[in-house]
Design a protein around this ligand. Structure first.
Ligand code: BT5
Length: 326
């Protein structure tokens, strides 16, 4: 019903619609229309009411509801169904449950805040309300599980491209899934897979992007490590406009991956990661290795040359860039 009233108030936007017209078109009483308008006002919509002319939408808030995002969405299939929550433990957990119940590829879950936002390896993702983006996409790629990490690389490329197009910043990807601006993390990815030995049932692509996060809201431990588009550009950004930009980039990169395989993904990833030759410290399954990053291989593993000159392929772990020794 909120959706229906908003759609009506937006056609054409800026003009008045009489209470009588709205109640006739939505087949509800005028009191019901008034109540819905009051509800919308309580959620941040600026709606002018005139006895003579009716209602007019003056300004819509920057919410990530389907009624705010859908009019801006230009994708063919991604995000056509949006499950929106004010708050939720984790959008990934919700999307996983939806996928288990058969939700199709392209459905997304968005929350204005997360109570238990998750990073990799049981880590926490700071998710305060109404500032950032917390989104999970359900994908059902027909690829073997061995190629699943290419989906992570593909998503990192799409997120970096969207941030660049939207803000003019130049993000860098840090293996495997961090998006950095000026060496600080602006976005992270958590991909969870449900599969059998040779078939993926679905992938939940979890994306957290710091959009309007303020420095003071970051816990002390990560204040020096994290950033947001607002912190970098000095300007607030429209969250609801960022979502279509991100979903557009994601649909494009994913379609290309399915059509042409890993090569274009790996090429784009390498260009945005500028990894080759960087001195790194890698932590993987409790082991710490120092050396130089050589490249990533066709399955997205990090190739590392250790200080002892050995070549290692890292499947999962964390990378820290070290200062070049003089
Ligand atoms: C990640 O993990 O970077 C994956 C983050 C994925 C978050 C999204 S939000 C939507 C979806 N639903 C979820 O529940 N999760 C996904 P990892 O590489 O493990 O990094 C986690 C580390 O990043 C933490 O231990 C902190 O040091 C740091 N961190 C936590 N919150 C942050 C934030 N908002 N911005 C930048 N860094 C943060």
């Amino acid at each position: 019903m909120d959706d229906e009233i908003l759609r009506l108030l937006r056609e054409p936007s800026d003009s008045f619609h009489s209470g009588e017209e709205i109640s006739r078109r939505l087949k509800v009483s005028r009191t019901a229309v008034w109540k819905r308008v009051e509800n919308l006002r309580a959620s941040g919509y600026d709606i002018e009411a005139s006895r003579r002319l009716g209602y007019r939408l003056v300004r819509a808030p920057d919410l990530l509801t389907p009624s705010e995002i859908k009019p801006l969405l230009k994708t063919k299939w991604m995000g056509k169904r949006i499950h929106h929550f004010q708050t939720i433990p984790s959008t990934n957990t919700e999307a996983y449950q939806l996928a288990l119940r058969g939700a199709p590829e392209g459905e997304i879950v968005i929350a204005e805040s997360q109570e238990k936002g998750r990073g990799r390896l049981g880590r926490h993702w700071v998710s305060p309300p109404f500032l950032n983006l917390y989104l999970s996409v359900i994908l059902r790629p027909e690829i073997p599980p061995s190629q699943a990490s290419l989906i992570t690389l593909m998503a990192a490329v799409a997120v970096a491209e969207a941030i660049e197009r939207f803000s003019g910043l130049h993000p860098v990807i840090k293996w495997p899934n961090d998006i950095l601006v000026e060496n600080r993390k602006v976005a992270g990815l958590l991909n969870e897979i449900h599969s059998e030995t040779d078939r993926i049932h679905f992938v939940i692509l979890g994306i957290g992007v710091n959009l309007n996060m303020e420095k003071e809201l970051l816990p002390k431990e990560i204040r020096g490590l994290a950033t947001s588009l607002k912190m970098e550009t000095g300007k607030s950004v429209s969250r609801k406009e960022f979502v279509p930009c991100l979903l557009g980039a994601l649909e494009k990169c994913y379609t290309l991956f399915l059509r042409e395989g890993g090569k274009p993904v790996l090429d784009a990833w390498r260009e945005k990661a500028r990894l080759k030759g960087k001195p790194v410290k890698v932590t993987s399954f409790g082991e710490t290795l120092l050396g130089r990053a050589v490249d990533i291989d066709a399955e997205g593993r990090l190739i590392l040359e250790t200080e002892k000159g050995e070549r290692k392929r890292i499947v999962a772990g964390d990378v820290e860039y070290k200062k070049e020794r003089q």
